[in-house]
Design a binder for this molecule. Structure first.
Ligand code: RIB
Ligand code: CA
Length: 296
């Protein structure tokens, strides 16, 4: 029984590996890619999403562009990691099908037309699209079967601010909106994603299949700057969806800092916080083996 998923994404090299895994592992029916500004601007994340689907030969899956800006603050970006094209210069084919507009309307229509709870959302970037769905289409948002989000950090140092992670720092208001909504949500923070790392031997071992070779090209681009290994942040979302037994899930009540400074997006454990499941542990070798098997 394949699971119907929508991937909300800001590709981005680790997003691209996560999407390719979801397309090739056989466990998911990907209904669409909704794009958001994050690692780079919306035009590039949308073009990269289309290019990835073209590389995978999936003209049947739509790309729907979403938010170009965060809800209430200026955008930040991760060009230093992903390059100004979002793929560190890696060339993907031209998208087979032009992207559609208005991800939030498409999300609302798709959720309303499907049996309640039948669609899961895998969120790999800032949560702006999901927050806008909650605000403008609460009844559709309530039909989401489950939301798994790469974002935040609990005990690990941040990668945007001292204690804030990039996706959550990009749009803290969106995080607060989504966590307050009554959606079954699991977040996968840096505490887990920094432990699931690809090194050069792992990357080269993927080159056994055409899809594995594309993943290896993406990860090689991600490994530039003489990095010995890179964290597989977004692929951890797909791995948790597919094999939750590989992860240790804790229950926490969390608030998100809405400051206009380096603390923006910081998560804090508070009794009055929003209830959310948080992946805090992972079987690293099991996760890496499962990821590799998805490209086989
Ligand atoms: O902090 C890591 C997250 O920020 C990942 O989703 C990566 O793609 C960037 O968007
Ligand atoms: Ca991402």
């Amino acid at each position: 029984m394949t699971r119907q998923v929508i991937i909300d994404t800001d590709p981005g090299l680790d997003d691209a590996v996560a999407i390719l895994f979801a397309l090739s592992c056989g466990a998911f029916e990907v209904l669409g890619l909704t794009t958001v500004a994050g690692n780079i601007g919306l035009e590039r994340t949308t073009a990269n999403a289309g290019g990835l689907l073209a590389a995978a030969g999936r003209s049947d899956i739509p790309v729907i562009s979403g938010a170009a800006t965060a809800m209430l603050r200026d955008n930040i970006d991760a060009i230093v990691v992903h390059g100004d094209d979002g793929l560190r210069g890696l060339k993907l084919p031209t998208p087979l099908v032009p992207a559609k507009a208005d991800a939030v309307e498409w999300l609302a229509e798709t959720l309303a037309a499907a049996p309640i709870g039948s669609i899961e959302i895998l969120a790999l970037g800032p949560l702006t699209n999901i927050a806008r769905l909650v605000i403008h289409h609460p009844s559709a948002a309530a039909r989401i079967g489950g939301l798994i989000v790469m974002g935040g950090t609990i005990d690990e140092p941040g990668n945007a601010g001292p204690a804030s992670e990039f996706n959550f720092a990009s749009d803290p208001e969106a995080v607060a909106t989504v966590l307050r909504a009554d959606i079954k949500t699991t977040i996968v923070p840096l505490d887990v994603t920094r432990r699931v790392r690809a090194d050069r031997d792992y990357v080269e071992a993927l080159r056994k299949t055409p899809t594995g070779s594309i993943a290896a090209d993406l990860l090689t681009a991600y490994l530039q700057d003489d990095k010995q290994s890179r964290p597989l942040h977004d692929p951890c979302v797909m791995l948790l969806a597919l094999a939750p037994e590989l992860f240790n899930i804790e229950f926490h009540r969390l608030t998100v800092d809405l400051a206009q400074d380096a603390d923006a997006g910081t998560l804090r454990k508070r009794a009055a916080g929003s209830p959310v499941s948080v992946a805090m542990g992972v079987d690293v070798q099991g996760a890496l083996a499962l990821l590799a098997s998805g490209f086989a």
